[in-house]
Design a protein around this ligand. Structure first.
Ligand code: G3I
Length: 368
């Protein structure tokens, strides 16, 4: 386990106080490419990651493309993106058989313009689904699921390098069961097998992931259930490529980093890849003044991402956003579970100034 060097923590507030009054060194160009310098000197995140053969991504939404800095910073810093909402079922097939690909296409175009990879998210999830699914009997629901996967994965065939095929299928808590409240539960456990096979048939080149939260560290009921599930899928010949560990961290309940590494290693030993797929680190529940909160946040970014970077088979990290201005943890409905906000969980502040977490992540990538 590593931490932000003491000297860095001491000097960061000075650097960032300066940044607060001086806009970051970015232009308003829509497309920046892979060779732009980072905002505090030195390489951008994507340059640091490219040197290590890693992906560094962010969840993006075209609803923010009206802000030039949003596009500039995203293009400068990341070599991969995940659509935050635009490829979810409720948005891609809001009515049965009627598809809407425009917002997802806008992200794919942005990725093309900026030489970024796209991770499709998410084909089968119990949330963000249209209400017509609820009423379908099992046989019709199965057909609807397979039709949906085929249509969506075919539309973006060759344009996404990976799909989150099934998202969050396992219960919270200690049961380790498949989620009983999911509309897909009525299909029985083999719906996962069928979903992966259908995605593979539609886009044989895409990497196919199971994606979930709270399963980062070996030993929890969730991580044991995820391991058992993907082991069964792999051993059954289901075309699964890897596991996305979402990593929506809660500083009050951080996972044990050694147990995270063990978990990553055992998943890799199954012949899978792993990655950190939705990282954020809210500061609301961290004690102390703002400089202390941001310094601790930077340490967590460094240590947690370091566990991935030190694990062969962990291919990269995606953050769930990149500017605190646009984080799901600004929405009270979600924020309440992370203590009292503001949570400021990402790498750039509301004005797109880099935070200590930005420097610590870049340092971690360069060091490991
Ligand atoms: O688009 C409407 C907008 O028209 C309306 O004015 C507004 C009013 O609340 O709602 C907007 O939609 C919201 C959408 O986010 C865009 O902001 C939905 O209500 C809201 O439910 C939706 O939340 C998303 C959530 O998934 C559910 O789909 C979050 O943005 C998104 O960050 C979150 O992402 C999930 C991952 O997909 C899976 N892992 C957990 C992660 C965080 O919950």
């Amino acid at each position: 386990m590593s931490s932000v060097p003491r000297l860095l923590l001491f000097t960061l507030p000075i650097v960032f106080a300066a940044c607060a009054s001086t806009p970051p060194a970015v232009s308003d160009a829509a497309s920046v490419g892979a060779d732009a310098q980072g905002p505090v000197g030195g390489p951008s995140l994507r340059e640091a990651a490219a040197a290590k053969g890693l992906l560094v991504g962010a969840a993006l939404s075209p609803s923010h493309f009206g802000e030039p800095l949003y596009k500039t910073v995203a293009g400068r810093e990341f070599n991969a993106l995940t659509p935050e909402n635009e490829m979810k079922w409720v948005n891609t097939e809001p009515q049965r058989g009627r598809f809407a690909f425009g917002p997802g296409d806008a992200l794919v175009q942005f990725a093309r313009d900026n030489d970024m990879k796209v991770r499709g998210h998410a084909l089968v999830w119990y949330q963000a689904i249209p209400s017509y699914l609820e009423a379908l009997p099992a046989d019709e629901l199965r057909t609807a699921m397979l039709d949906h996967i085929k249509a969506v994965a075919t539309h973006w065939k060759g344009q996404v390098y990976a799909w989150d095929v099934v998202n969050e299928a396992i219960e919270d808590g200690s049961s380790g069961m498949l989620r009983r409240t999911s509309v897909f539960a009525k299909l029985g456990p083999s719906y996962l097998d069928e979903a992966f096979r259908a995605a593979h048939e539609a886009d044989p080149e895409a990497l196919l992931f199971y994606n979930d939260y709270d399963g980062e560290a070996a030993g929890s009921a969730k991580s044991e259930a995820i391991f058992a599930l993907v082991k069964r899928l792999k051993e059954s010949g289901v075309p699964i490529s890897g596991v996305g560990l979402q990593s929506h961290l809660d500083p009050r309940r951080l996972p044990d980093y050694a147990a995270v590494k063990r978990n990553m290693e055992r998943l890799v030993s199954l012949g899978l890849t792993v990655n950190i797929s939705e990282l954020d680190v809210p500061v609301g529940a961290i004690d102390g003044d703002m400089a202390t909160k941001l310094g601790r946040q930077a340490e967590i970014y460094d240590s947690f991402v370091g566990t991935c970077l030190q694990t062969t088979g962990c291919t990269g990290v995606t953050l769930w956003g990149f500017t605190d201005k646009h984080s799901w943890l600004n929405i009270p409905e979600f924020a309440q579970y992370r203590g009292t906000g503001p949570h400021m969980p990402l790498l750039f502040d509301d004005a797109y100034n880099p935070k200590p977490s930005y420097v610590s992540l870049r340092t971690a990538i360069a060091r490991n």
